[in-house]
Ligand binder design. Structure first.
Ligand SMILES: [Zn+2]
Length: 150
C-alpha cells in the first residue's frame, strides 16, 4: 500500500482537446513516457473519443461524469513542483465546458475538501514557475470559480 501523503492543494486543468476520457489520457500520458495518467480525476464533456467528436455524436449521458485517474494516494504528474501535495482534476475541453461539468467539478471539490479541509483551489496557470512555458490552463477564471465554491 502506498503511504498516505499530505494533500493541501487541488489543481484544475483542462485537456486542451475537444474530446477524451481517462483511458485516452492514460494513453496520451504513457506516450509521453509517464507511468500512467497524471491526473487523479477526469470530468467528461460527453465526447469521450475522437469519433464522437468528429461525427457530432455526443454521448450526452457521459456529460459531467467523473472518472478516476491515478489513485489519490499516489503522487500525480500534472503540475511541475506541486505534484507531491496536490490532487489534479482535468476538465475535458479547450476553453468551453458544460454546465454539467461545472456542477461535477463543484461537487468533486466539495467531496475532496471533506477529507482535506484546508485544500487550496488553484488553476494550473496560477502555479507556474520561472522557466515554465506560459499556460492558461484550465482556461477558467479561478477567482470566479473560487467565488462559486464558498
Ligand atoms: Zn494543466
Amino acid at each position: 500500500m502506498p503511504r498516505s501523503r499530505l494533500i493541501d492543494l487541488i489543481v484544475v486543468h483542462c485537456s486542451d482537446s475537444d474530446y477524451g476520457n481517462a483511458v485516452l489520457i492514460d494513453r496520451w500520458h504513457r506516450a509521453r513516457g509517464w507511468r500512467s495518467i497524471g491526473y487523479h480525476y477526469v470530468i467528461l464533456n460527453g465526447y469521450p473519443d475522437e469519433d464522437s467528436s468528429r461525427l457530432h455524436r455526443p454521448q450526452f449521458w457521459l456529460d459531467g461524469f467523473i472518472e478516476a485517474g491515478r489513485q489519490v494516494e499516489r503522487i500525480g504528474a500534472h503540475v511541475r513542483g506541486w505534484n507531491h501535495n496536490s490532487i489534479g482534476i482535468c476538465m475535458i475541453g479547450r476553453n468551453q465546458f458544460t454546465q454539467l461539468q461545472f456542477e461535477a467539478l463543484q461537487k468533486l471539490i466539495a467531496d475532496i475538501r471533506r477529507s482535506h479541509r484546508d485544500a487550496r483551489l488553484c488553476g494550473h496557470y496560477e502555479l507556474l514557475r520561472p522557466g515554465d512555458p506560459p499556460k492558461t490552463c484550465p482556461n477558467i477564471d479561478m477567482e470566479w470559480l473560487r467565488g462559486l465554491m464558498v
